[in-house]
Structure formats: C-alpha cells, structure tokens
Design a protein around this ligand. Structure first.
Ligand code: APR
Ligand code: ZN
Length: 240
C-alpha cells in the first residue's frame, strides 16, 4: 500500500472500532461465536439487563476492565498518536472502544462515543458527573454508590442509549477532508453512518481492516489488512 498523503490543508477524522485493539489481545464483539457466558453481547449491554441482572452486567464489565488493564497499545494506536503529534488540531479521533489504549498510546484529541471502561456513573442519572473507577468487582455488593444513593453503573453506552459527544463529532466530521475508519464491522449505528456523512461533506473515505465491513460500498478505498501492520508508515504528512 503506497503511503496516503496528508496535505497542509487536510483535516483528518478517524473512527476506530474493536478491531484496532484486537492485536492488543482484546476480543472484538462479533468474532466467531460472539457469546459471553452463554449470552449474546446484545443481551448484556442493555438498560433492561442492568435493571434485571446487575450482577451479570457488572461481572462482564469487571472482566473487561481486568483484560484492559493487562493489554498494551499496539502499533496501530501508536501510529495514530504519531499522526496527531504531526498535524495537531487537524486531527480528530472518535472511538467506539471503551478501552483506554488510544490515550495510553498518546492520543489527546479523542472522544469515546460509547463510553469508557475506566469510569462509572449514577444508575439513576441524577446528574452527578461520571467518576474514575477502574475497580474490578468480585460481586455486586462491592459496587459503590452515587452521592444520591443509587448504585453505580459502568459509564458505557448500552444498546438503545444515545452515543456521547455527537455534536462535537458532527462538527469535526463536517469539516474533515479525509476519513479513516479502522477495525469496525459497520453494524452499529450511528457510527456506521459516519462514512456517508463524511462523504456528503466532501471527504475522501478509507477503510482499514482484515475483512470488508457491512458498509463497504460507501468507502472510496478499502485497505485489507490488520491495523497494526497497515497503519505504521501509512501516512505521509506533507509540510508545504
Ligand atoms: N485490525 C483491524 N481490524 C480488525 C482486526 C485487526 N487486527 N481484527 C479484526 N478486525 C475487524 C473485524 O474484521 C471487524 O470488522 O474489527 C471489526 C470488529 O467488529 P465488531 O466486533 O463488530 O466491533 P465494532 O464494530 O467496534 O462494534 C461496534 O458494537 O457492541 C457494540 O458498543 C459496542 O462499540 C461496539 C460496537
Ligand atoms: Zn446519583
């Protein structure tokens, strides 16, 4: 793959999904059977599940916190942090991932549209801000409570809930000239629509991953390969 030139007037919007963390050892959602403890992920990550079976929901996210703490950023996370270091404010990263591997690789201009594993918040939405919480709970009785008394829930956007930071995302997307989408199956909305919105705004759109995503036809270019192998050396930043 020849390098992709980033010109001085380009603005880069990056959307990442579970695939970018696969080479760090974190499983994707829709790989192989996609089951966890006999449940479909779609059955665990819902507000109904949180109400009916909070132990199961917390067990799932505690396990993911522990996995995330052991994982390390890979070459793909680092390549994006390096691109940001070169182009600064002309870079924006939107991740669907709840892990913190982008931050740990050095990314700064990023939003987590589906929430963050490292935070918890009020399960009753009393208005209190999310708090830092990397605890791995062995049982529900260990889970802390909000100032209002309600039990904490993971700061995760469940199926059926509104993604976070959509205004900022739309704004960044509308002024981008190049969009890179990395390691996402194109099956969860609204993220799967971003490629259409960026195209409408006039951006060139590129997908990077080992298989074609569901929304493959919307991209100008598809680079088939693992993110950690494709991204290093992919961007050629032009200074004049
Ligand atoms: N490099 C790049 N992409 C990869 C790699 C890799 N090494 N390995 C796998 N992939 C790709 C797969 O081909 C697949 O297209 O990553 C994608 C993972 O897809 P999903 O498991 O569906 O994950 P994602 O698209 O991030 O899911 C979106 O669904 O469950 C919700 O909220 C959750 O944010 C998540 C959302
Ligand atoms: Zn509260």
């Amino acid at each position: 793959m020849p390098a992709i030139s980033i010109q001085p007037d380009d603005r880069v919007f990056v959307l990442t999904g579970a695939g970018i963390s696969a080479e760090s050892g974190l499983p994707t959602f829709r790989a192989s059977d996609g089951l966890w403890a006999g449940h479909r992920v779609e059955e665990i990550c819902t507000s109904e599940a949180l109400e009916e079976n909070p132990s199961l929901v917390w067990e799932f996210y505690s396990k993911r916190r522990a996995d995330c703490a052991r994982a390390k950023p890979n070459a793909a996370h680092k390549a994006l942090a390096e691109l940001e270091a070169q182009i600064g404010d002309r870079f924006f990263l939107c991740t669907q991932n709840v892990d913190d591997l982008h931050e740990r690789a050095g990314s700064e201009r990023l939003v987590h549209m589906h929430g963050e594993l490292a935070k918890s918040r009020c399960s009753q939405d009393c208005g209190a801000a999310p708090i830092e919480d990397r605890s791995v709970y062995a049982s529900l009785s260990e889970v802390g409570h909000c100032v209002c008394g309600a039990r904490l829930r993971p700061h995760i956007v469940f199926f059926g809930e509104m993604p976070l930071e959509m205004r900022r995302i739309q704004q960044e997307m509308s002024r981008s000239t190049q969009m890179f989408v990395i390691g996402t199956s194109g099956s969860v909305y609204p993220a799967a629509n971003f490629v259409h919105w960026a195209r409408q705004a006039g951006a060139k759109t590129i997908y990077i991953g080992p298989e074609r995503p569901l929304n493959a036809e919307a991209f100008d270019t598809i680079v088939e390969g693992n993110a950690g192998e494709v991204l290093p050396g992919l961007f050629a930043v032009e200074s004049t």
